[in-house]
Design a protein around this ligand. Structure first.
Ligand code: NAD
Length: 315
């Protein structure tokens, strides 16, 4: 029987991925953990335990005592917050990954999931249809930590056979939780402001084109990759993954069709230069070929779905 540990389960991705894992494996097979005890109320369908991923001794004991077979490691400092606390971001993002890879090796876990990001790319990367393999010179500490993490994942697979799998997510957009300090957070916040009848102040310029993905697609991709046979997963650093690309003006126009009085103001801040160093679209042919990736949602479908469901969710 699989026994799954989700670390950083209370965040934007974890809140939805933990539910999907419980639906697949049964709530009794999943343990949700997070540094913040306050998120425990999200997990009435599986066990929750407070855990600091930096406490590797407690993590090691938990994995051993609970006979954990798979770890989903989602705890990280994201791009915008990382620029404010670079040394802390490096320490959390790297040390936690290394201790989990070591535990996976020593305790012979079945699988590990660790997300990477389009932040691994940089200004010298081809910006349009960014290929799987290309120059990567990330400018943020977040991107540098994800790039190094990808190398460590491949290393543990090659040297020790650890079955670690990873996706380079674009900006993730969901309505079930608030984002955690990334450069694409505006694309979540904008829906909340539209429904609250408030003017939205956008921290990126109106024509900033970025790769994005609706959360149900991100969850589907993650489960598809993790359920794929070991030999189908040919890339052990991290897979490019794509669904759509849009600018703040595009998402504003798509919301206007449903909320005609909605207003936006553009006030770019330090996150503009981070966004400018990232690709505007991603080539994900390898994910499509190796394990059958195919997204379901574009911008208009996503906007309709969020505007229909968000009020009931937070209401
Ligand atoms: P988030 O910030 O919303 O959630 C992270 C969670 O980790 C939080 O609940 C936080 O309390 C927890 N955490 C922080 N420090 C911890 C610690 N020491 N021990 C245990 N838990 C701790 O982040 P997210 O958006 O859910 O991102 C999850 C993963 O996906 C990250 O690795 C991130 O880099 C990656 N990713 C996210 C996006 C995105 O757009 N959200 C895009 C690309 C990649």
């Amino acid at each position: 029987m699989e026994k799954i540990l989700v670390i950083g389960a209370g965040g934007q991705l974890g809140s939805e991925l933990t539910k999907a894992l419980s639906d697949q494996f049964g709530g009794e097979s999943v343990i949700a953990t997070d540094l913040q005890t306050s998120v425990s109320s999200k997990f009435d369908y599986c066990r929750f335990q407070t855990l600091d991923v930096m406490d590797s001794a407690s993590l090691n004991t938990l994995v051993k005592h609970e006979n954990i077979t798979q770890i989903y490691h989602l705890a990280a400092v994201l791009s915008a917050v990382g620029e404010k606390k670079p040394l802390f971001a490096w320490q959390l993002n790297m040390d936690s990954l290394l201790s989990i890879l070591e535990i996976a090796k020593e305790q012979k876990l079945d699988k590990v999931y660790w997300p990477s990001s389009i932040a691994v790319f940089g200004s010298n990367t081809p910006k349009t249809n960014t290929p799987q393999y290309c120059v990567k010179e990330p400018k943020t500490i977040y991107g540098i930590s994800k790039q190094a993490g990808e190398r460590w994942c491949e290393y543990y697979f090659d040297k020790y056979g650890v079955d670690v799998r990873s996706l380079r997510y674009p900006g993730l957009i969901g309505y079930k939780s608030l984002p955690g300090g990334g450069t694409t957070d505006y694309a979540v916040d904008i829906y909340h402001k539209a429904l609250a009848g408030e003017t939205f102040e956008c921290f990126l310029q109106k024509d900033t084109l970025l790769p994005m993905m609706y959360m149900p697609d991100a969850i589907k991709a993650t489960l598809d990759l993790m359920n794929a046979p070991r030999e189908a997963v040919k890339i052990r650093s991290s897979y490019n993954l794509s669904a759509m690309s849009f600018t703040p003006e595009d998402i504003y126009q798509s919301i206007l069709k449903h909320v005609p009085d909605f207003k936006i103001e553009y006030k770019p801040d330090f996150r503009q230069s981070i966004a400018d160093s990232w690709p505007d679209s991603i080539d994900d042919q390898c994910a499509r070929q190796d394990w059958g990736w195919n997204p379901d949602f574009g911008l208009e479908e996503m906007t309709k779905d969020i505007l229909e469901n968000l009020p009931g969710y937070f209401g």
